[in-house]
Design a protein around this ligand. Sequence first.
Ligand SMILES: C[S@@+](CC[C@H](N)C(=O)[O-])C[C@H]1O[C@@H](n2cnc3c(N)ncnc32)[C@H](O)[C@@H]1O
Length: 163
Amino acid sequence: MTVFLWLLVISLGVVFFGVVLIGPPFVPALRRDTEALFEALNLGDRDLLVDLGAGDGRVLQLAAERGAKVSGVEINPFLVFAAWVRLRRFKGSVVLGDMWKYRLPEGTTHVFAFSAEVFMNKLERYLTTQRSHTGELTVLCYGFRFRGREPEKVIGAFNCYRF
Ligand SMILES: C[S@@+](CC[C@H](N)C(=O)[O-])C[C@H]1O[C@@H](n2cnc3c(N)ncnc32)[C@H](O)[C@@H]1O
């Protein structure tokens, strides 16, 4: 039993904190910030929003409640399960995987990214490559900015870019 508990604690530590080597750790976006953003954008059923590093799916749930199509990718299996529970009554889903290898679905209109300073250059390169098959993207960065690229608009804590 003790061994089992230790194994559980170690695996939780690895998936929740080890992630910092390849992406931002789990910190959920504030509901009021996200709601204000979606309201200002008038997000609705003509939109497909993808959350890169979807966490427990709370952002996608807010978007889906507004009628938007939603999709996400998340590397932590515990969070993918939590997102599945949240999104089970909606059409969208979160896949288990590495966002840097994830192909944005065709028709994606909005990308939500709660990243970290250190990953912003990589994120910009990633989005530039995806842009060729998705068409124009509105990229919503929580808190952080791309260096050398001006946001099209700033809505509360979000820097909104056009790719
Ligand atoms: C700052 S949290 C944001 C969570 C969620 N988007 C929100 O705003 O509530 C970043 C998330 O990205 C996930 N993540 C980090 N690196 C990743 C990678 N390479 N591929 C997929 N997900 C990753 C983390 O596990 C974490 O859940």
